[in-house]
Design a protein around this ligand. Structure first.
Ligand code: C2E
Ligand code: CA
Ligand code: CA
Length: 644
């Protein structure tokens, strides 16, 4: 028996020292000081108190028969042990909840049950000297358990169960490390409890808990992998995991995202040291308006803050506080700079309830239409729509939701059907039909534009081949290509491959590319056009007159046709200056020996206006809107039978 007492005493002493060491370690390392860290510290302190109580009990037990004082002190220590130990499971539950991103303050029903069960068990422990419901000493001064202890264990099991429930809800969000940490703690603790239940006198439970907590301290409480070294803030990965667990657990919060727009100049002119300095200044400023453990650095120049327990107005006020700081300059080593920031305030989960949408929102460019400094409330619809469009494109490509429409083009000479332009549409189950003006720029950003353009080209090739369009008075079908395509290696081979596989003559395909491209890439574009032309394709320049027209570059390109934008036509109708621009554009293009197509012809008077100017082709709603394939084929048949 003596040996067992010694063993229990040693275990208790070891547990105390382990927890004390952990406390010192945390003090030295420093922590963020958030609720989770505070709860962990409370658990450690509770364990230390438990350990001291058990050590005292273990040490004095052999003397309790001989000394009144020893008996009294063991009794007191045991009493305190029960009072403190009963707190452990509820604390552990709170701890796990906060690791999972759940704040029980916000869930009323859970709060009531939690405090209820906790109060009952704690009351049992506190009143034990009067009731002896938890334990008592028998006539032989032997320790005896009573039904109250079973109840306390049951309550502990209950807290463990709801902690595990929270854990499993959030399980897939937790990093492997965290999962391992929690599993290790739980299994070691359970093993300790079981051993102690089986061998009453081996008081190993506390020791097992201390070891388990050390594991948690090393794995979960140590946040080195979540902290980013330039600013000392939480990093992007931490933001992703935290936000996802908030979303899974339907935790209500606001997120304020801050994107600094201007320091491109700063980084180029003033070097990396200043860039880091700047980001540190912004980070430091943010930590003056909000708790550091709720601030994240999402990437270069972009930050986010999570805001809990505030209503829309309070959160807005915080966003405003951040925003006004950007009205003042920021200090660098040798100068001051002004920065501009776009700030987004999102209400989660009311406005955004998926991680994808949130990221899209926080990371997309601010819409150029707005001059608001803070985007909040309805301003975010635009961004949310963008995210929905992104999803629709991915889904549309894999599920075949793209459809090619055809808009016929006509020769000025006799207004005869001459060809068509292929224009893509995207069908979305929720949003209906999406137009390319909206989704093409998004697809370009996502790097999916080539897949779309390929799809359109294949559709066009099949149509020409299967319907033998070349026998029905169709000279060519125009296919739009994104300028981005030209920058890709093997672009011409790729296009060739598609058309050759369909087995049609390349001259029936007329590629269009928009003229508004930046100066530097003309050479690449020119080379690609030459190659395509050598292969036998036709080539048109689209949207003439919308951008900055580099006449010299345009003249030097090997183009079959230039498409004058609808805005030029519409202006010509409205004003004399507009007419002069149209007339001279047409004259100049003719002098370059290129054909001209005018877009956006909606009325007969527009045709009358264009007739004397020597335009070659026309396209517009006057003749037909873009229509699905079968409608287009009906137009072809009708023209054909009328022609005969
Ligand atoms: P775009 O190449 O300038 O195409 C002409 C646009 O003007 C089409 O809009 C067409 O519906 C519209 N339009 C034609 N005639 C008239 C008219 O008389 N009045 C008015 N108000 N509008 C007219 P859509 O189909 O919405 O296409 C928009 C743009 O999307 C296209 O401009 C083109 O740049 C791009 N796009 C369309 N399909 C594709 C594609 O397959 N690939 C790529 N890369 N871009 C495409
Ligand atoms: Ca076009
Ligand atoms: Ca156009």
């Amino acid at each position: 028996m003596d040996e067992l007492y010694n063993l229990s005493f040693a275990f208790a002493l070891a547990a105390t020292f382990i927890c004390l060491a952990n406390i010192c370690f945390i003090r030295i390392q420093g922590r963020m000081g958030k609720l989770q860290n505070k709860l962990f510290m409370m658990i450690l302190i509770t364990l230390v108190l438990n350990g001291i109580c058990n050590t005292v009990t273990g040490f004095l037990t052999p003397y309790k028969h001989t000394s009144e004082t020893a008996l009294f002190v063991t009794q007191a220590a045991r009493y305190l042990y029960f009072v403190f130990h009963t707190m452990l499971a509820p604390l552990f539950f709170l701890y796990i909840s906060s690791v999972c991103g759940i704040f029980i303050r916000s869930v009323r029903s859970i709060r009531i049950i939690y405090y209820g069960v906790f109060a009952i068990t704690e009351l049992l422990a506190l009143t034990n000297p009067l009731t002896h419901w938890v334990y008592y000493l028998d006539s032989d001064l032997q320790f005896r358990r009573n039904w109250g202890e079973a109840l306390i264990y049951l309550a502990a099991a209950f807290f463990l169960a709801i902690a595990i429930k929270n854990l499993t809800n959030t399980w897939h969000v937790l990093t492997f490390k965290r999962k391992a940490g929690v599993l290790m703690f739980t299994s070691i603790t359970i093993a300790g409890i079981l051993i102690q239940l089986l061998f009453h006198d081996v008081k190993v439970e506390l020791f097992a808990e201390a070891i388990g907590l050390t594991g948690i301290m090393m794995i979960i409480e140590n946040e080195d992998d979540r902290i980013e070294n330039v600013t000392g803030l939480y990093n992007r990965q931490a933001f992703l995991t935290d936000l996802e667990s908030y979303m899974i657990n339907r935790t209500k919060l606001h997120v304020i995202s801050i994107r600094i727009n201007t320091p491109e100049i700063v980084s180029r002119k003033r070097g990396a040291v200043n860039r880091e300095l700047l980001e540190k200044s912004v980070a430091d400023f943010l930590s003056t308006v909000h708790k550091r453990y709720n601030i994240y650095r999402l990437g270069r120049r972009s930050f986010a803050m999570t805001v809990f327990g505030k209503d829309d107005e309070e959160a807005y006020a915080l966003a405003q506080k951040v925003s006004t700081r950007f009205d003042k300059p920021w200090k660098l080593t040798d100068t001051f700079v002004m920065l501009s920031a776009s700030i987004i305030l999102a209400d989660i989960p009311r406005q955004v309830d998926t991680l994808n949408d949130a990221l899209y929102m926080f990371e997309s460019e601010k819409p150029s239409k707005t001059d608001k400094k803070i985007l909040a409330g309805d301003d975010l619809n635009f961004l949310l729509r963008g995210s929905a469009v992104e999803k629709s494109i991915t889904h549309g490509l894999s599920e075949g939701k793209l459809e090619v429409y055809y808009q016929p083009t006509y020769s000025m000479d006799g207004l005869k059907l001459h060809g068509a332009e292929a224009l893509v549409r995207l069908h979305d189950d929720d949003m209906g039909m999406l137009y390319p003006d909206e989704f093409i720029p998004v697809a370009e950003n996502m790097g999916l534009i080539d897949a779309i353009d390929d799809h359109v080209l294949m559709d066009v090739c099949r149509l020409i081949r299967d319907e033998r369009l070349y026998e029905k008075g169709i000279d060519c079908i125009n296919v739009n290509l994104s300028v981005l395509q030209f920058m890709k290696q093997d672009f011409v081979e790729h296009i060739n491959g598609i058309v050759e596989e369909a087995g049609i003559d390349k001259k029936y395909i007329n590629f269009e590319v928009t003229e508004s491209i930046s100066g530097g890439s003309y050479e690449i574009l020119n080379n690609a056009i030459n190659e395509l032309k050598r292969e036998g394709f036709m080539f048109s320049m689209d949207d003439y007159g919308t951008g900055y027209s580099n006449m010299r570059a345009l003249a030097s390109m090997n183009l079959d046709c230039i498409k004058i934008d609808k805005s030029i036509l519409w202006e010509a109708e409205k004003s004399e200056l507009g007419y002069i621009i149209l007339e001279n554009s047409i004259r100049m293009i003719h002098q370059m020996n290129k054909n001209i197509l005018v877009e956006g012809v909606e009325t007969e008077s527009q045709i009358k206006l264009l007739e004397p100017l020597g335009v070659n082709f026309l396209q517009g709603y006057y003749f037909s809107k873009p229509v699905p394939k079968d409608k287009f084929l009906a137009i072809v048949e009708k023209e054909n039978s009328a022609g005969r």
